[in-house]
Design a protein around this ligand. Structure first.
Ligand code: C2E
Ligand code: MG
Ligand code: MG
Length: 305
């Protein structure tokens, strides 16, 4: 529905606005009416400008890569074992834009590959720099989008990346979000298989957030099961939630996969996950995602104690 005075807008623009409102409803089965509003219009303009600005952001290095450590809690004290590369956008007009604002947008129009390639490249360069400067580095995982999984050049791109920075598959791990597995299972399994046969370790991100979780597990060629953070967030909202968490950690164990819990914010959550046998933890309890300089301090500490 386009809420405007008749005659104030051309038919085409009214149609466009009604179409925009209609698009907002797609996939929402609980709501049947959406009115095109000024807020919707502003959001559309904001998205348009992010789309227009992306190439420039890459050229001008407005995209930043932060690192969030993952700790192996099978040992006491826990050991900094790897990290996840997470993108940030320091936009000249909007300031720090959250990935939540632009990742879904770029996923929907395919431009996410520009972001992903930038993050992979920056991460590889960073690991090279740590090795050259300090003589050590830790493995870092990068996120892959659904569209990457259909890229026939994906394997070549990663091999090329390793070659250019003289790295190995032990240096970079790959996180594939669970929802990517729902589309075309056969194709995705092939891609993951071929990445693994090159030596890459593959993590299934956000496990439990999609529909396919249990369905996919049997045929899943992955190394690491990363439980969606909503389970930890809801941990104290009833015993059922804990039962599910224990089940997921158990499944990982039975299948011989490493289990990772993300979004761990409190000591109580950490101690509970440790007690039920979770292997690795990522979350604000240990550290927020950090800019490279701060992260480096952690690595140095982690290797010296
Ligand atoms: P993700 O891969 O599941 O990453 C974890 C998200 O949880 C990150 O949000 C991280 O900052 C946040 N987080 C970590 N610890 C905690 C915690 O203790 N509590 C809470 N509440 N949150 C925590 P971020 O950085 O906003 O990223 C959101 C999502 O955006 C990521 O989810 C990932 O799916 C996507 N993303 C980020 N960087 C990239 C990228 O380079 N490429 C692609 N394709 N996606 C990316
Ligand atoms: Mg991830
Ligand atoms: Mg995740």
């Amino acid at each position: 529905v386009c809420a405007c005075e008749p005659g104030t807008l051309s038919l085409t623009r009214r149609f466009d606005r009604a179409q925009t409102a209609c698009n907002m409803l797609r996939g929402n089965y609980a709501k049947h009416v959406m009115v095109f509003s000024e807020a919707l219009h502003q959001r559309q303009l904001y998205h348009e400008s992010l789309i227009n600005d992306l190439n420039r952001a890459v050229e001008e290095k407005q995209l930043l890569v932060y690192f969030q450590p993952k700790y192996d809690i099978r040992q006491e004290p826990p050991v900094l074992s790897s990290a996840e590369a997470l993108v940030r956008w320091n936009h000249p007009e909007y300031g720090m834009v959250s990935p939540g604002d632009f990742i879904p947008l770029f996923e929907s129009n395919g431009m996410i590959q520009i972001v992903d390639h930038y993050v992979w490249e920056t991460t590889a360069a960073q690991i090279r720099y740590w090795k050259d400067t300090y003589g050590y580095a830790i493995p870092v995982s990068v996120n892959l989008s659904r569209i990457d999984m259909y890229d026939s050049e994906l394997e070549r791109k990663f091999l090329d990346l390793l070659a250019r920075y003289n790295l190995t598959t032990a240096d970079i791990m790959l996180e594939v979000t669970e929802s990517a597995y729902t589309d075309d299972a056969g194709q995705l399994i092939n891609t993951v298989n071929s990445l693994r046969s090159l030596g890459f370790r593959v993590e299934m991100d956000d496990f439990g957030s999609g529909y396919s979780s249990l369905n996919m597990l049997a045929s899943l060629p992955i190394d690491v099961l990363k439980m969606d953070m909503k389970f930890v967030r809801n941990m104290d909202k009833g015993e059922h939630n804990k039962a599910i968490i224990e089940l997921i950690i158990d499944i990982a164990k039975k299948l011989g996969k490493t289990s990772v819990s993300e979004g761990v914010e409190t000591e109580a959550e950490y101690l509970y996950l440790k007690q039920i046998g979770c292997d690795v933890i990522q979350g604000y309890y240990f550290s927020r995602p950090l800019p490279e300089k701060d992260f480096l301090e952690l690595i140095k500490k982690g290797y010296k104690v």
